[in-house]
Structures are given as structure tokens and as C-alpha cells.
Design a protein around this ligand. Sequence first.
Ligand code: ADP
Ligand code: ASP
Ligand code: MG
Length: 814
Amino acid sequence: MKVLKFGGTSVANAKNIALVKNIVANSKATKNIVVVSALGGVTDLLLNTATLASAQDNTYKNSLKEIEERHLNTIKELIPVLQQSKVLSKVKSELNTLETLLEGAYLIGEITPKLSDKIVSYGELLSSYIISEYFIAEKLNCSYKDSREVIKTNSNFGKAIVDFKVTNTNCKEFFTAVPEQIIVMAGFIASSISGDSTTLGRGGSDYTAAIIASAIDAELLEIWTDVSGMYTANPRIVKQAMPIPHISYEEAMELSHFGAKVLYPPTIQPVLAKGISIVIKNTFDAENEGTLITKNKNEQGKTVRGISHVEHIALLSLEGPGMVGIPGISKRFFEVLSQANISVVLITQASSEHSICVGVSDNDALKAVEIVNEAFEYEISLGKIKPVIAEQDLAIIALVGDNMKRHQGLSGKMFSTLGKNNVNIRAIAQGASERNISAVIVKDDVKKALNTLHEEFFEDNTKQLNLFVMGVGNVGTKFLNQIQQQRKFLKENLKLNIRVIGVSNSRTMVFDEDGINLKSWDEKLKGGEKADKQKFFENIQKLNYRNSIFVDNTASAAVSETYASYLKNSISVVTCNKIACSSEYNNYKHLKDLARQYNAPFLFETNVGAGLPIIDTLKNLIASGDKILKIQAVLSGSLNFLFNNFNDQSTFHDIVKQAQEQGYTEPDPKIDLSGIDVMRKILILARESGNKIDIEEIANKPFLPEESLATTNNEDFFASLIKHEAGFQKMYKEANDTGSKLKYVAQYENGKASVGLQHIPKGHDFYNLEGSDNIVLFYTERYPNQPMIIKGAGAGADVTASGIFADIIRIGNF
Ligand code: ADP
Ligand code: ASP
Ligand code: MG
């Protein structure tokens, strides 16, 4: 004999029920007890309808209508027309009774737990009846049995306690005698000795199936649901979670107790006692092996088996200076809670005995505070104990595994992983069995915590990086292309899994938690919502992913002003925008400090020399104990282009025009020609070398005539270049006459920085600098005479994008 239980999603509609039929028809067992849930969502609907009716809200009738239609449509789709009328009339008559019950609640304006159970029992009553009739219509050797006739409970409505003695006898008698091969029954519902309908607690159909399996010594209990087994974490929250092929009763129990909803916690107890195995399988992927739950302990396998979590937890702390001296405090504390039927999900006690802290359901929190404060009124009045308060909106996350006790340092690893990702831990508990370590955290951190822990304990060190990209112009577009090309390589070789979750330009923005398809991000962006910097940030904050990175590919001052908010939320910032790092020193310093404080890297390699590893090298030199003595550099691709092409055969005006047309200069070429851009770059290098310096302190002897500098538009600017051509030619000739070339050089030495045009003689490292290349010479204590040189293309969208990419990978390896 075998018991097969099908959950709400598995029987949600006619299409799914047909799958259920195939599974049952293929079963090889001689007798199959099929336990079913209500059609998916119907239990919630019934409860809502009852609440509306008892609040004398007329709209309960609409919900009732919805319930009726769901069932009647299912019958019409499943059962051949000729056989429908009997089933329809029986179901309609049940629905009429349901309507009368709801009318009663409406008229009285109240609903008792007893009436609630009666109403909610219709979910399973109807589903099981319809399914049995469908099986019969499909010529399966099948009969129907009302669960309330066999499963007996006390009258604790809502979560009744099973009378196993009576129930076991009933089951044995009935199932031995029943001739059919398939018996369909309702899960979740039972009846009291006096005959009232009762229920076994939400999710209780699993329990019904286990009770029957145990009573009849079934060979196997199959739980058919909408996922392929018990996963390493809730697969709806952790995308990388995977099914656990084999798990022990104890582990499964612990995981379900801490929220793995796939199995209702009391389910294991009855089958464990008999050593009956459970398989959890997917109705929608019947071939999948699923999870096997048996008594075999997992003592060799993986240390951590799964991670689960319970939401809606409140923490009550009983503490006070006088606690140590008062005997029996904890006994009284727990007694008060237990008398009020408040179950304690987690307990921690400081070894100093100065405080006891318990986790209870949010729903019970206010009541718990009231009764505990009442019970300790006297001690509170003497100041020995502080009045208890409840901290709400918390959650428990738990690591579970039989094998955990054999390994040291797991809790350390768990807590440091959470800490590194800025998940604050409110309390910690470790079960005496050492099969579980739990932590209480803020509800909003659950997703981040689960994913972080999952990555740490299950993902073979693959690290997920979640990117939010603002600015998809030249650089941004190249950047997204590069990620798309490299994703697979990074995953396989560097164990980095990059997902772009948000993209924005100045017009629109889009988010996709599964990762935006990088082949069609532009299409998606066109249809996105209106761009809004603040909303973009708030969305990222709300998503609360660990390893979130904000990438700024804009040149906008307003965007650079948002970095602090990101860093304060432990969201890393990678930018090619120079504004923040070249703004006033205090702002730069503030951002660097935030990055350190919140463990969120702030990287801007592309601020100097595009993709060349200049800042990173500088940082490494300093971190390894070297000292920067002098930096000499050509840092402007545009100026290098100008002076490489300008000579006595051309005019300065024409070369600048050409540079502008070819995109080597900013749209306003004066930003490059005035030296501002180079000043910003040497400023950043000076700061990264450890110097507190501001842009005003950088000496800049401009080569442009004052008149050109004073122009306010490009037209006047270019006109002034023509006017001063003679001066530019003179500049060229002076250099050329000495065999030198003109280069725009930035320099930093002894805390002072300067920029300006210089004559570079043959043989100098700068002399042969081509095209728009950049070069940096680092003179340091370790490289005092022969500087360390970094040279290469220092401008262009492609290399800038690859520099941003390199920063992302640095964070991945952080
Ligand atoms: P049913 O209606 O079949 O009883 P439930 O909704 O009660 O199904 O349970 C299945 C759901 O449990 C899954 O869809 C999943 O969202 C959730 N779940 C939570 N934790 C886990 C886990 N560790 N493994 C599998 N499923 C889980
Ligand atoms: N239908 C009930 C519920 O939704 C029982 C079950 O599905 O297990 O809680
Ligand atoms: Mg369930």
C-alpha cells in the first residue's frame, strides 16, 4: 500500500488534475490512497470570504461566486457531459450549504473557530469528491472516502490534535476491507469525537497523508507538489537552490520546522516512528527523482544540508539587573507563554543569566508582552526586571545538517558571511542536537541573507554579482556587450556569475530580478518606466541583494551625488565619471570612508587612463609598502592626438576641429585644451597617493591665449584659434628647433601637482607616444631611477568599458 498526497497547485485546475490522474494510474502499488488538498488558493479564498462575511461586508458574495465558478468549471472540463449532472448537483448542493454557513456568519457578524473550520473544510471536501468522480469517469478502480469518518481529533479548531488510537484503528479497518485499488480522500480535514469538522493546521494535508501511511504501514509516502523535492533553500527566493536527493527525517523535520513549507512540520513524526520513507516529487516533472527522506543519517555527506527561514517573528527579551537572584524566572516565563498557547520558536539565554530572549510569532507578540509583564509585575515594580518589549518584523534563518556537529567554525562562517554583507544579527541559537544553527535577522534582509549563505555553503564558491547600470551611451553599451560575451567564461573560470538586474538611461529604466537579457536590453529599456535617479536607488535598496554594484557610466554631477546613498547601503560603486573623485577633498574622502565602513568597494579605475590599470597599480604599490616619490604622466588622449598631429604643415584650428569631429575631445574642446581634464586626473592620482589636495592647488600654465580661454561658445573658440595661429606655430617651432616634441604633461612631486605643455627631447619616455595613448611614470622608493611605466590607449569607449569591467571583477574577487 502506498499513500500519495497531491498539494494545492497539483490540483489547482483541470489540466493539473489530469496530470495527477496519470501519476496515480501509473502507480504499481496494489492499493493507493490518494490524499488531496483543496484546489490551489481555495483555502485562502474560503478564509477571506468568511472574514468578509463576519465583518458584514457584502462583497463576501463575490468571493463565494469565485469559489463556485472554480469548482463548477473544473467539473465541466474534467468530466464527460453525460456523467456531469450527478457531480454538478452534488457540488451545487454542498455549495448551497456553504452559502448558508456564510450567511450565518454575516447575520451574526461573527465567526467562531468552529464555524471557521466548518467553512474551510469545503475546500478539501469539494476537491476530493470531484477528483474521485473524475478518476471513476476515467475508468480507474476508484472509490471516495470521507476523511472525517476515519481521522478523529479533539476540538481544538484550527489546529486539532489527532486521537491516534481511534484514528489508527479506523484506518486499519477501513483500508484493509475496501476493495478498490484507489481511494481518494480529503487532506487537512478531520472530525471531533462529537462529529464537528476540524482541521489540522495550514498545510495539513501532508499530515493527513502521513497519519494514514503510518496507520496502515504503507510501503511509501509520496508527497507530490510543485517543486522537484526539498531544496537547499526555498527555490522561489534563492534561484540557485537545488533539490536535495537524500535527506534524513531529522534534517527534513528541522528544515520544515524552520519554514521549508514544502513539508508541513508534523508530517514526519508518524512515519518516522514506523520507518516509512517519504519521497517528495514534482507533479509537473514526474520523472524527476525528487527528494527521498529516510531514517539514514547523513553523517558523511555535506555538512550543511539546507537553509530555511521563518518570517513574521517577534523577539521578546526578558532582562534586568535582578534576574540572577530570582529563582525560577525562566520557568515562570515559559509557563506564562505556554498557558496562553503561545509557541516559542527559538530560545537564547545569555550565559550571564541576565537576559532570556525568545522568538514567537508576530501574531502572538502583543499578547505575549501583555501577559509576561503582568506575570512579572512585582519584579518590574521593584526594578529587578525591565518591562518586556517586543521587537517585530523579524525572521529566523537556520542552517540545518546532521553532520554539522562534527565541524568546527560553521557558526563563525555563518555569522561572518552575514556580517560581511551587512546583515545585522539580532539573536543566535544553536539547537542542542547541533543539527541547526539559527539567527534572528530583520525581515527585509531575508532574501539577501539566504542568498549569501547559499552561495557560501552550496555554490562551489560561485559568487553572484548583481549589477545596476546607469548610463548606456557609448561606454555603457560597450560595457553591456562585453559582459554578454564574457559571462560564460567568468562563470566557468572565475566562478563569477554576473547578472544585470537594472539598467537606466536619462529617459527610462528597467529592472528584472532574473537578469536582463543582454542581447535585447535596449528593446526592454525602451519600454521601461520613466527614469528617476532616486527611484533607481530605492529599487536597488528594496531588492536588497548581496554583492550589488551600482555602475555609473554617465558624466553627470547629479548621478555622482548619489554615490553616498549606495555605499551606505553596502552597495558598491564603480564609475568612469570623474566628478566625484575630483570634487572637493572632503567629499572624496567621505566616499572612501563610507566604502570602508560599509564594506562596499568604490572603484574608479577608468577616471585616469581609461582601461589602463593605473589606479590599481598605484594602490598595490602603496599597500605593499612602497612610497610614491614622483608621478609624471601624459594623461590626455585628446591633447596627445593634437600635439602628435599639429606641425608647420597644418593649422592648430584644423587639428582641433578634426579631433572634435573624430570624438577625441569633449563636445566642448576647451575642457581638454584648458587642461581641466588633466588637472582632475593628476588630482585623483595625488589623492590616491595619500595626499590631501584640492584642484585649486594644482598649478596650470595654460598654452591657450587668454582670449581663447574666455570664449563662451565653440564658434567663438574656433575663431579665436584661427586668430592666434601664429602663436601656435611659434610654440611648435620652438620645440621643433630643439629637436623636441610638444606634450601636455601632468606632474606630481613632494605633495605638489602641476600640468602644462612641455618640450620633450628625443630619448625621453614620452617622446614616442603615439595617437591618443597615455603614459604614466611612477617613481617610487622601489623604483627610484627607472620608473614603473604604464602605457597604452588612454581613451575610447571600448577600453573604458573594459576598465569598468575590470573593476567589477576586482569586486568579484574581493
Ligand atoms: P503544496 O500545495 O503542494 O503542499 P506548498 O506550497 O505547501 O505545496 O509547498 C511547496 C512550496 O514550498 C514550494 O513551491 C516552495 O515555494 C516552498 N518551499 C519553501 N522552502 C522550500 C524548500 N527548501 N524546498 C522546496 N520548496 C520549498
Ligand atoms: N488546503 C490547506 C491549506 O492550504 C491544506 C493543504 O493544502 O495542505 O492550508
Ligand atoms: Mg503544503
